[in-house]
Design a protein around this ligand. Sequence first.
Ligand code: PXP
Length: 253
Amino acid sequence: MATRLRLGVNIDHVATVRNARGGQYPDPVRAAEEALAAGADGITAHLREDRRHISDADIDGLSALLNAENRPLNLEMAVTQEMLEIALHHRPHAVCLVPEKREERTTEGGLDVVGGHNWITPFVGKLNEAGSRVSLFIGADPKQIDAAHRTGAAVVELHTGAYCDAVREGRMEEAERELAFLTAGAAQAARLGLEVHAGHGIDYDTVTAVAAIPELMELNIGHFLIGEAIFVGLGPSIRRMRELMDAARGVEA
Ligand code: PXP
């Protein structure tokens, strides 16, 4: 039976535009309200160590909104002591652990769970105890998926960036290979009992193939939706993505 995929809308880049001028406008919390009204199932925000987009005050505001609306906040963060304390304070519905390098423009690769196992596992344990659902953002590599399972995390989010870049740049053989990795990775993770999410770089041209991977339960999409909102508005930008996801799954909107 076809299942509906959840859509988490990442509102980081509303904060990027705000921060270009300082001040309060545009407000990511208002964007989150609009996103929920347009069909987002939850809101995703990445509090980076350098606070280049989302701020601590944004996380306060988003937590208050989502708690009041009884909708999930997915807090993306690096595996650091500072971030752990913030997550334990807010206890969001979900925490997605991501790698972070200050010089990168966005999250470029997945977390190295194989290499960081001893550091990541107790981290996952503390977040689990606090009641947050922990997700590890990883490439669709069988060793990383196995290692993610051993940390006790409930969820893996598979990095779709390489697939999406290959499609955008017309490298179609590579795109096929990347899609096959994602498909196999999702099946492996689900066999291990992990819930499987995906995200990074998804747009209208790439969402259909990704959303058709049957084990996926959630997509997290940000940059494209906020960019498209400049032309059509945030509500229509999100509603179109929702329609494409539902069509890929053969479910009624
Ligand atoms: N999922 C994770 C774990 C991410 O780090 C990001 C980017 O912050 C996204 C999804 C959303 O990616 P994009 O903004 O390219 O849609």
